[in-house]
Write a protein that binds this ligand. Structure first.
Ligand SMILES: Nc1nc2c(ncn2[C@@H]2O[C@H](COP(=O)(O)OP(=O)(O)OP(=O)(O)O)[C@@H](O)[C@H]2O)c(=O)[nH]1
Length: 691
């Protein structure tokens, strides 16, 4: 397509979108329209077709008050409808006989527009089958039986065919770009063209047509080839009136472009009913007639009710489906933060649940970025690329905390996963501070989509219409296949919401783990501090501070329970000589060696500590003087038995004292100290007791 053609096409699309289809200034000729003043006296606008409905000339319609040429019954019903509309009704309906139409009554639709009361009159003609109500009832019942979305749509087209006299009934579903896909179809005869599975470009139903369905969910075209009946303004009303907005009614004239489109499709009459999901246009029930016939307003209203019911059921089924999805998400959440399980690091959290998420979200890889850590489940991507992607996400999408694309190759982060199979990404941030970058990233492979188009989508042509360039209705509805590559499946709102929830849970889990880690570190630091406070750094025996505390406790216990308690103080003999001869380091080694050897000799209930320098203290709990003498002797002998490297045998002198009531710690230690001096005095390497 060259630039000029491109320009023509965009101009045509713009013009089509602007076509004022709600004010065509004409009605379909099978009906008549009257627009009345609010006193219901004078006709301000009338369709030319009104003449045949009331058996009088337009001049009479315009010049004489309504009551002079309209049936009295119609006037009464009009007044009642007017009251209802004043009370807030959007449209009202009644049935009445009119003089110009014989052998049938007319179905009237009443609404307000342009400050006028608009009356649309349609002859019913067709005699409804006697069992019409029963048929409608049966179809409604069948619609309540179906379980899935597919079944509902299939039943809808079947029921629509049973209630009406159309040859082809189909459901047309819009995609995100307003292209339509025929998702269900019923053909009265197999010889008819089938459109099932085919796609129609968005330009087939331009924006203002879609908007019209919000104003009026039903659109009936009785005969595409019939010439419209023009609306005429009462010549006695001098000020020119604005064109009447015919959106709420059923008689709105057919745009010639659309009539042409229908003819190209082989359709001479149609009825479309909008299907809404909440307030969003979801699709259309579209009924086509290939032969002229009349569809009564009753059938039309029954079809509308049928669609309303099907829409409710579709919404309900979608709700059930999303409920089932969220139930599975909930189960996964419970497992993720199970209070009975131990707290797991982020990596383990992902490996515990990630496999389920692959299925649940229909993805090929789940990646978790937690600071500088990357964990992945499924078809793993390069760690470095994921890290770079997370940094890009932090820079560009931290504020919203969510980024999704079904076409990575066309996204602004395409470079990070280039050359991989991934085409779709849903990333949600973990609610941490920005510094600790956290993202849950779901990745999908490509899902090549094969679309059958009813005619080539890009082959839109233009034509001149009323001095403007407009889209030319397509001549061809031949099947054309298009392959859409480089895309994954679309991310649903439910998946986005669930991913956010799971990312929050992961953040909670990861924080709990961090807190636990910190607590453990704190506990270790505390233990270490406690150890340092009570331990002698060189010998790793209890230090003097600890020994004093223990001795105080034991003295108190001894006082209370009258248990015996003894202490032993021993001091290495001639230790200065060792230091002097071999150096301080060798002296230190001797002190360490002695400590290790003698600590091994102690009962667990006894405490051995370094009292200072080369002096040691033993607290012998529940020991009399004779018990502790034996212990001291054993220690002395053990020491004497050790051959230290370089230094050889080292001895010590021992002083003992037993606690007596009323004594203090100082008294007890002093007594033992005296005995130690005695031992030194007596020639060292011996045990002496205080008297
Ligand atoms: N290597 C080393 N030496 C220490 C330490 N604490 C005290 N000393 C030394 O121990 C020696 C004690 O000497 P003195 O009090 O004269 O006693 P002694 O030589 O053992 O003689 P007696 O106790 O009378 O048998 C001193 O030289 C101190 O410097 C220590 O932690 N490491």
């Amino acid at each position: 397509m060259n630039t000029e053609q491109q320009f023509d096409l965009s101009e045509a699309m713009e013009n089509c979108a602007k076509e004022p289809i709600h004010i065509p200034g004409a009605v379909q000729p099978h009906g008549a329209l009257l627009a009345l003043d609010h006193k219901l006296k004078n006709v301000i606008v009338a369709s030319k077709s009104s003449v045949s409905f009331f058996d009088c000339e337009l001049s009479q319609i315009f010049s004489q008050p309504l009551e002079q040429w309209a049936p009295e019954k119609m006037l009464g019903l009009l007044k009642r409808s007017f009251k209802r509309l004043t009370k807030g009704r959007h449209t009202d309906y009644f049935e009445v006989a009119v003089p110009g139409i014989e052998n049938t009554h007319c179905f009237c639709t009443v609404y307000k527009a342009n400050n006028l009361l608009v009356l649309e009159i349609e002859p019913v003609y067709v005699q409804l089958a006697g069992d019409f109500t029963a048929t409608v009832r049966r179809q409604f019942d069948q619609l309540t039986q179906v379980k899935s979305e597919r079944q509902t749509l299939e039943q809808l087209v079947k029921s629509a065919a049973a209630i009406s006299n159309y040859d082809r009934t189909l459901v047309y579903k819009f995609d995100a770009d307003w292209n339509g896909e025929v998702v269900a179809e019923h053909l009265k005869e197999s010889s008819l063209n089938s459109y099932l599975g085919q796609h129609f470009p968005a330009s087939d139903i331009p924006p203002q047509v879609r908007a019209m369905y919000s104003a009026n969910a039903v659109r009936k075209i009785v005969a595409a080839d019939a010439e419209s009946s023009q609306l005429v303004q009462n010549p006695n009303v001098e000020t020119p009136l604005e064109a009447i907005d015919l959106s709420p009614g059923t008689l709105r004239a057919v745009s010639p472009i659309h009539a042409n489109y229908m003819q190209n499709m082989g359709v001479c009459r149609s009825l479309s009913v909008a299907i809404f999901d909440e307030n969003k246009l979801w699709g259309l029930l579209s009924c086509h007639g290939t032969q002229p016939a009349r569809t009564t307003p009753y059938q039309q209203h029954a079809l509308h009710s049928l669609v309303l019911m099907a829409s409710q059921r579709l919404m309900l089924q979608r709700q059930y489906q999303s409920q089932r999805f969220f139930d599975s998400v909930e189960e996964s959440r419970k497992a993720l933060l199970d209070p009975d399980k131990e707290i797991m690091p982020p990596k383990q959290l992902l490996s515990s649940q990630g496999k389920q998420w692959l299925d649940l979200f229909d993805v090929n890889c789940v990646a978790l970025v937690h600071g500088n850590e990357v964990s992945q489940v499924g078809d793993k991507a390069d760690r470095k690329n994921i890290m770079e992607l997370a940094n890009w996400l932090r820079k560009n999408h931290w504020v919203t905390g969510l980024y999704s694309t079904r076409e990575l190759g066309a996204s602004s982060c395409k470079e990070f996963l280039k050359g991989t199979k991934f085409c779709g990404m849903l990333a949600v941030s973990m609610p941490y501070e920005r510094e600790l970058n956290g993202w849950l990233i779901l990745l999908r492979h490509e899902a090549v989509e094969v679309r059958d188009w009813a005619g080539r989508p890009e082959k839109s042509e233009v034509q001149e219409y009323q001095g403007k360039t407009v889209l030319s209705p397509r001549q061809s509805f031949d099947k054309f296949q298009q392959q859409i590559e480089g895309r994954s499946f679309e991310w649903t709102p439910e998946q986005k919401q669930a991913a956010r929830t799971l990312a929050e849970d992961l953040a909670i889990g990861a924080s709990a783990y961090q807190i636990e880690q910190l607590n453990e570190q704190l506990q270790k630091a505390n233990d270490r501090l406690e150890h340092l406070i009570h331990t002698d750094a060189l010998t790793q025996l209890w230090n003097r501070y600890h020994m004093e505390q223990t001795l105080d406790e034991e003295i108190a216990r001894s006082e209370r329970h009258d248990h015996p308690l003894s202490v032993i103080i021993f001091d290495i003999d001639n230790f200065k000589d060792i230091n002097d001869s071999y150096g301080h380091e060798v002296g230190d080694d001797v002190l360490k060696g002695i400590s290790r050897a003698l600590a091994a000799e102690m009962r667990t209930s006894d405490s051995l500590g370094r009292w200072g320098g080369e002096e040691f203290l033993v607290i012998a709990k529940e020991s009399t003087l004779s018990d502790s003498t034996q212990l001291a002797e054993r220690l002395r002998e053990r020491l004497e038995s050790i051959e230290f490297d370089k230094v050889g045998v080292v001895t010590a002198s021992f002083g003992l004292a037993e606690f007596s009531h009323g004594e203090t710690r100082n008294d007890l230690v002093r007594n033992a100290d005296s005995a130690l001096y005695e031992a030194k005095d007596q020639g060292r390497n011996q045990v002496q007791s205080a008297d």
